[in-house]
Design a protein around this ligand. Structure first.
Ligand SMILES: [Zn+2]
Length: 428
């Protein structure tokens, strides 16, 4: 089986050029202009953009244990619709992914039923309780790519120091959800003018920043590789900029929502604006964009966090934190940051492909001869309407519902197999 993608504007080595791509079975076998073959299925990509499949370092597939919110099938299918061909599954499942059997369960389900590749992140501490180091050694043998207590944060600095020594020994990066529980308290949104106006308790920026400062110090002494999840404040960006300048092995990510929304989005009490870390001030948002442009922030991750309507449609104080992101990330970022010229399309694609791969030392997603055929095709002239009915994800907790954005992922290939195909737009 051969597929020829013709005349697409293809992302190659960090820049775009018009070329053809030949796929045979699972592999890209040729990238050149004017490839001739009579036996291939031809996809005319004239006027469309062709990217390496996106790689998401931070997703919650909720499987096992909370499959009413999402499961490996719906999660990976939603990811494929968003152009992703690899997603990394966070371990805050039920039970927690803190042992080899749990790791193998996810790997097996993803391999048998998944619509994209799934890499497993193991828990940093047993049951993510922040009390004892997890079975990192056996999970590492089983193929985990990092460890994290995401959703939670190890509060005890001495334990974190030991976790880092241990993880460094097994060459496992640690992904850090930076949140000091005492400072965050029962905060619901960013501690600022909007929390005061709405009478909601606030999560101060410092709740994130003190943990990042602590973990930078611990990483300096242990030589552990740390990756800070979902950065949200200007000061966090500056601390990481300084740490990188000092040669620390540190990387970080930002979510689409922290790049596009600020605390004002919470003014309507929409629980789909409630997440951790919270949407911060406009000054913070601008610092995140600047950090992404100058490379301080390595990559973009969805933090896809499905919750059902019955969970989200409650009083703001009682609704869970988090929103979905697989199906909205590309189109929302394209519409809000690329179209206005704030960020280049090249940097966006890098932040969704090679940068996250480099951050966790994963195989680089590239369109190149001999590479797996992990590819997505986007039509930047088409619109994507985000509607609850058409979202593949089991959960619909998105702040973008009923809004339309420029840019649409029309087709995704994972290992040469079509994992997403938008309905063909017919001119009448
Ligand atoms: Zn988190």
């Amino acid at each position: 089986m051969k597929t020829l993608i013709k005349n697409g504007t293809v992302y190659l080595d960090g820049a775009f050029s018009v070329t053809d791509i030949l796929i045979e079975e699972e592999i890209i076998t040729e990238v050149a202009s004017n490839i001739q073959t009579d036996t291939a299925h031809i996809i005319d990509a004239t006027g469309k953009h062709v990217f390496p499949g996106f790689l998401d370092l931070h997703a919650h597939l909720r499987d096992p244990g909370q499959t009413y919110k999402e499961d490996i099938v719906t999660g990976t299918k939603a990811a494929a619709k968003g152009g992703f061909t690899t997603v990394c599954a966070m371990p805050n499942t039920e039970p927690v992914t803190d042992n080899i059997a749990a790791v193998e369960y996810i790997q097996r389900r993803a391999k048998d039923l998944g619509f994209c590749k799934v890499k497993v992140i193991g828990a940093l501490t047993k049951k993510q309780e922040g009390l004892e180091i997890s079975e990192m050694a056996s999970m590492q043998k089983g193929g985990i790519i990092a460890v994290s207590d995401d959703g939670k944060c190890v509060q005890n600095a001495r334990l974190m120091l030991n976790c880092m020594k241990y993880a460094a020994n097994y060459k496992l990066p640690i992904i850090i959800h930076a949140e000091d529980y005492n400072l965050a308290g029962k905060g619901q949104i960013h501690g600022g003018k909007i929390s005061t106006a709405l009478g909601l308790s606030g999560i101060p920026s410092m709740a994130e920043e003190v943990i990042i400062a602590r973990d930078i110090m611990l990483a300096e002494s242990t030589k552990a590789k740390i990756h800070i999840a979902h950065l949200s404040t200007a000061k966090s960006v500056q601390m990481i900029r300084d740490a990188k300048a000092n040669g620390l092995n540190i990387t970080c990510e930002v979510t689409p929502h922290h790049l596009i929304l600020n605390e004002e989005a919470c003014a309507g009490f929409d629980t789909n604006t409630k997440m951790k870390p919270p949407l911060r001030s406009e000054k913070d948002r601008m610092a995140l964009i600047a950090g992404l442009i100058d490379g301080t922030i390595d990559c973009i991750a969805t933090d896809h966090a499905p919750h059902q309507d019955f969970e989200k449609e409650r009083e703001f104080d009682h609704a869970p934190f988090g929103i979905i992101g697989f199906e909205t990330t590309f189109t929302v970022l394209f519409d809000k940051l690329i179209k206005p010229g704030t960020l280049s399309l090249e940097r966006l694609i890098e932040a969704l492909t090679t940068s996250p791969a480099k951050a966790l030392d994963l195989h680089l997603p590239e369109i190149k001869k001999g590479e797996p055929a992990d590819i997505c095709i986007a039509d930047l002239n088409e619109q994507t309407l985000i509607e609850a009915d058409t979202l593949i994800s089991k959960s619909k907790n998105s702040p973008w519902l009923n809004q339309s954005f420029s840019g649409k992922i029309v087709q995704t290939f994972c290992n040469g197999r079509i994992t997403w195909q938008a309905e063909i737009h017919q001119d009448s």
